[in-house]
Write a protein that binds this ligand. Structure first.
Ligand SMILES: [Zn+2]
Ligand SMILES: [Zn+2]
Length: 625
């Protein structure tokens, strides 16, 4: 207490404001110390008019005489005064902030802080001061006894108008430490004190960026993040500051584990509202984009958020085209036109390929206006020239017919783009050649007795599809070359006996599944019959490129004790009609998968073969297996 020599103070007690004390808090403290039931009484004493008394920030210059001081030396000059004429900006510590970042005429407080300090800091005047970082509790904004918002014009710092003791009001704990960290950062900025780095880094905050933000920009970001979250969740503003707490929590979540928190926020909170009718990232997230980057926040300060917004589009969202202006060097999401440019194709061709299912693994967005993610893998897939069958077969050192059959049997799985699609990508052929050679070493010696060349194998008098099977044996590593003469695959050297054994085994190769074509050769199951067997579940199979691959054991099981009429007709060189008549005459039943099937797709029990005089031939068939 100081007694002014020039003028007698009106008040008995004339406290001195703390540097970080809230103006209204100081007036309330002064009123309380002097035994007044609120600020209003104090202001009347100073002779303020009704309107001035009700103001959210009374004219301090009219209060000097309460303290027995003149304006020049008044202790009140250290307090924040409203500075702008329009009232749009309010002074707080060293900052001038837009009024919208303040709690208007209501007040918040941390009762523990008040107990410790004996006064209310101006931090609590801020709208987003919803949390006391020091005590990790929710700032009190209302009295639980009377359920009213806390008015500055109350009985005391921790005494409500209704008389309730606010210091005994139950605390609401803040469990997410990131929220307290963000509150602490706001406070540090307000008082120009260093940010607690350990805490902020512990939560994974982008500390370098946050350090360079002004208090106003930080509050601006919290406001915008909060609005986006409230819009998305249809939460309306409320007088109790719930929406401001939400904004604080959402923002803490965004800064936490940067940038993952931000990506999650965009994906989970804003993403569901994204306008997918727009192709561009900015268009899809228009309202957030506008509010963050088009609406008065300093461009340089929020640049780190914009950069991350683009990264989000590229890495997490992947449903939008990204404007070249955003990411000039790294645009990886394009439309059909962009993809065509990348592929060097006419857009019509690209569209056709897209419809045929090419690029399916890199398509994002909706199917009408597809977007494509250009990955290094896609670049690899679309690289390389398309070469025709003849050239491809030449490079592999095999006959064209064998390569065609190889593809027809479903062995060939293109990994790169070929246009037209019945050609081969040169790199795929290169890969096939590599697969065929299995790293076989160069050999100088070639022994006709013991060795055989690939092109000699390919001239064996066996059906083309058997040669295709052989080729698959080679590619799959079941028949490996022992060396090569030159680098060309056709000069692969094989062990003669191994190659000949494999050749005689190709129709019954080591693989457990055979193609329907092979089933036709081996079991005389014509393709429609083979398909029907699959369809009826009589055999185990899988489909690949429209080819049925049937488990051999299951055909064997089905064919046990029966033989196909097709085999009889071809082996005995008799017409189906004649076979049918013979069976009918001798009372031999034709077994059918379904009654309407022709004799070509029927079977006969092997026990009847002797009656038909062809048991010997059947023995041969069995021996072949
Ligand atoms: Zn506190
Ligand atoms: Zn109350």
């Amino acid at each position: 207490m100081t007694i002014n020599t020039l003028q007698q103070s009106i008040l008995v007690a004339t406290p001195t404001p703390y540097s970080d004390e809230s103006t209204m808090g100081f007036l309330l403290r002064t009123a309380e110390t002097n035994g007044y039931n609120g600020i209003s009484k104090l202001l009347s004493l100073a002779g303020l008019k009704e309107k001035e008394r009700r103001s959210s920030r009374p004219p301090l210059h009219k209060l000097h005489h309460l303290f027995g001081e003149d304006a020049g030396s008044s202790r009140l000059t250290s307090l924040d005064a409203r500075i702008s004429e329009s009232g749009r900006f309010i002074a707080i510590s060293t900052h001038h902030l837009p009024a919208l970042y303040f709690r208007s005429k209501y007040a918040g407080l941390c009762p523990i802080c008040v107990k410790e300090n004996g006064y209310i800091r101006n931090y609590f005047e801020l709208r987003y001061a919803q949390v006391c970082s020091k005590h990790s509790i929710r700032v009190i904004s209302k009295c639980n006894a009377c359920n009213r918002l806390l008015d500055w014009n109350r009985r005391g710092l921790t005494t409500c108008k209704c008389g309730a003791d606010l210091s005994t009001q139950e605390h609401e704990a803040i469990t997410d430490p990131a929220v307290a960290v963000l509150a602490d950062i706001i406070e540090s900025k307000l008082y120009d004190t260093p940010i607690n780095m350990a805490q902020a880094l512990g939560e994974g905050f982008p500390i370098d960026f946050l350090q360079s933000l002004s208090l106003e920009t930080l509050l601006g970001l919290i406001l915008r993040f909060g609005s986006a979250a409230a819009d998305a969740q249809h939460i309306l503003p409320d007088p109790f500051g719930e929406i401001d707490l939400l904004a604080l929590k959402v923002s803490a979540g965004i800064f936490k584990n940067w940038p993952h928190g931000f990506h999650d926020f965009l994906l989970v909170v804003v993403g569901p509202q994204a306008n997918l009718m727009k192709k561009g990232l900015r268009g899809q997230f228009n309202s957030l984009y506008e509010s963050l980057f088009k609406n008065s926040l300093p461009v340089e300060e929020v640049a780190f958020i914009k950069t991350e917004f683009v990264s989000f589009g590229q890495q997490t969202w992947q449903k939008a085209r990204i404007d070249k202006r955003f990411a000039p060097s790294a645009t990886n999401i394009v439309g059909l036109t962009g993809l065509s440019e990348q592929l060097g194709l006419h857009p019509t061709t690209t569209r056709k390929l897209y419809r045929e299912g090419y690029f399916s693994e890199c398509v994002t967005g909706d199917s009408q206006t597809p977007l494509f993610i250009i990955t290094s893998d896609l670049h690899d897939r679309i690289s390389g020239k398309t070469i025709n069958n003849r050239e491809s077969a030449f490079r592999l050192g095999i006959p064209v017919s064998v390569l065609s059959q190889y593809r027809l049997l479903g062995y060939y799985q293109p990994t790169r783009l070929a246009i037209p699609t019945d050609g081969f990508n040169e790199y795929d052929i290169e890969d096939l050649a590599t697969l065929m050679s299995h790293g076989a070493p160069m050999k100088n010696e070639f022994d006709e007795e013991r060795h055989i060349l690939l092109n000699q194998i390919m001239r064996f008098k066996i059906p083309t599809n058997c040669k295709a099977d052989l080729l698959q044996l080679i590619i799959s590593g079941n028949l490996k070359p022992i060396g090569r003469c030159e680098s060309a695959p056709k000069n692969l050297i094989f062990d003669r006996i191994e190659a000949e054994t494999a050749t005689s085994n190709v129709s019954v190769d080591g693989d457990r599944f055979i193609s329907s074509a092979a089933a036709n050769r081996q079991y005389y199951l014509n393709p429609p019959t083979a398909k029907l067997l699959c369809k009826l579940g009589k055999v185990e199979y899988y489909r690949c490129r429209n080819n049925h691959w049937i488990l051999k054991e299951s055909i064997d099981a089905f064919m046990k004790g029966i033989v196909s009429c097709a085999w009889i007709a071809q082996t005995c060189k008799i017409k189906y009609s004649a076979l049918g008549n013979m069976c009918e005459e001798m009372g031999i039943p034709l077994l059918k998968l379904s009654p309407e099937l022709p004799i070509e797709q029927s079977f006969i029990r092997t026990s009847f073969l002797a009656a038909l005089g062809i048991a010997h031939s059947f023995q041969t068939l069995q021996d072949d297996d």
